[in-house]
Design a protein around this ligand. Structure first.
Ligand code: RFL
Ligand code: PHB
Length: 390
């Protein structure tokens, strides 16, 4: 089989890239190791920044998002006895949107079906061959046990942090940076109406907590836990008790409503960047090239920003113009490092390490960010999102 662009991974990066390429008349084939049902049910991100939503609107994918998602003006920052609203609209003129990655993935899937996109799910043993040649290929075994080879002009590695694309690049040809944080997040999904109109990011002496949401009747909440924590160690009652304490239940008449927990998972926190994001005919995008801790809500947004740049570069490449492809890595990494810094900054401002000196610095920083227009605007500009071409 032959195509112009072979895309590995049907997450947000891979599906959005195939959509953007199709709009410009460039053919692609997507190869995914999981089933479609699994990919569409994977509960992950929930917050879309303004530039992501603008791009989705521009390419005809914003209809359900505007009908069913929530537009938020900002976020709350909370610490004991204090709750402050950071209003992004006042500060930088931008909104953010709550819309689950599950819903977005379904929208992408539907759009790809309508276009007749060729997608292979449940592929095993995916490997990349000839990436340093002019005719690279992706080889995998389909669910019926047949080995399939897709020959392409270019390969897009959109296969997340554990896929084969990044591994195919010789270590002598790239550089990586990595930071592990000494805590994880315990994330829960609960069938209860959110107790807040906008997200609450909360610092407390016993650790961070975040109140997010998915719909009028579903809340999404996160707790800072130890790096080795396991879901089995946390009963539902204990989770609600700790959330209530950390989020300030009872303060100023605010109350956290508890409800049945339908999903629990532990998410380790790390930052990772690989450069360059290209090796000959292989281009990396999204989590395949970089990971951020979720505190700044940047992972999904970065994946979309990468493929916005990458699709332009690949379209030009297929027409014989290689300039944008040559510039892709440098242009993408500019935003990647900005978001890597912002995610690290939000993470270290809000998570407790047990060090009393750091705790005082964090309280001072929270006080400054919520009382200085300059401090608040810096947070707002980074959180609500820089322009796609940043
Ligand atoms: P994905 O979504 O991981 O998709 C990669 C796809 O590649 C497939 N794959 C393979 N396919 C073929 N062959 C192989 N050998 C393969 N190996 C892997 C995988 O099955 C998968 O389908 O990467 P992508 O597309 O780059 O998208 C990245 C985002 O999913 C990720 O950054 C975000 O979910 C991160 N994130 C958040 N980002 C935000 O912008 N806002 C948020 O609010 C936010 N919250 C979160 C998050 C991530 C979380 N977790 C669990 C990681 C909250 C959580 C809890
Ligand atoms: C979410 O709704 O899942 C979410 C929101 C904001 C974050 C992280 C996760 O910073």
């Amino acid at each position: 089989m032959r195509t112009q662009v072979a895309i590995i991974g049907a997450g947000p990066a891979g599906l959005m890239l195939s959509h953007l390429l199709a709009r410009e008349g460039v053919e692609s084939v997507v190869v995914e190791c999981r089933s479609r049902a699994y990919v569409e049910a994977r509960i992950r991100a929930g917050l879309l920044e303004a530039s992501t939503v603008d791009l989705l609107d521009e390419v005809g994918l914003g209809r359900r998002l505007h009908a069913e998602g929530f537009a938020h003006r900002g976020i709350y920052l909370h610490w004991p006895g204090e709750r402050h609203h950071i209003d992004f609209v006042d500060l930088v003129g931008k909104m953010v949107y709550i819309y689950g990655q599950t819903e977005l993935t379904r929208d992408f899937g539907r759009a790809r079906d309508e276009d007749g996109q060729l997608l292979f799910y449940e592929a095993t043993g995916t490997r990349l061959e000839g990436i340093e040649s002019d005719s690279p290929s992706v080889v995998f075994t389909d669910p019926a046990g047949r080995e399939t080879r897709i020959e392409a002009d270019l390969i897009a590695g959109c296969d997340g942090s554990f896929g084969p694309s990044r591994e195919s690049i010789p270590s002598s040809a790239c550089q990586t940076w990595e930071k592990h944080y000494p805590y994880s997040w315990l994330g829960v999904l609960a069938n209860v109406a959110p107790s807040t109109d906008e997200l609450i990011y909360s610092w407390s002496p016993e650790g961070f907590a975040l109140h997010s949401m998915r719909s009028e009747s579903v809340s999404r909440l996160y707790l800072q836990v130890g790096p080795q924590a396991k879901v089995e160690e946390w009963s539902d009652d204990q989770i609600w008790e700790v959330l209530a304490r950390r989020l300030g239940d009872g303060e100023g008449g605010w109350h956290l409503e508890a409800g049945p927990i339908t999903e629990k998972s532990v998410l380790p926190m790390r930052s990772f960047v690989m450069a360059p994001m290209r090796h000959h005919r292989l281009f990396l995008a999204g989590d395949a090239a970089h990971i951020v801790p979720p505190t700044g809500a940047k992972g999904l947004n970065l994946a979309i920003a990468d493929v916005a740049l990458l699709s332009e570069a690949l379209v030009a490449f297929t027409k014989g113009d290689t300039l944008l492809a040559d510039e892709y890595s440098e242009r993408a990494l500019r935003r990647v490092w900005r978001c890597t810094h912002f995610s690290w900054w939000m993470t270290t401002m809000l998570h407790t390490s047990g060090d009393p000196f750091e705790a005082e610095l964090q309280r001072s920083q929270l006080g400054w960010v919520t009382s200085s227009v300059a401090g608040a605007a810096g947070l707002a500009e980074n959180y609500a999102g820089l322009p796609i071409g940043y």
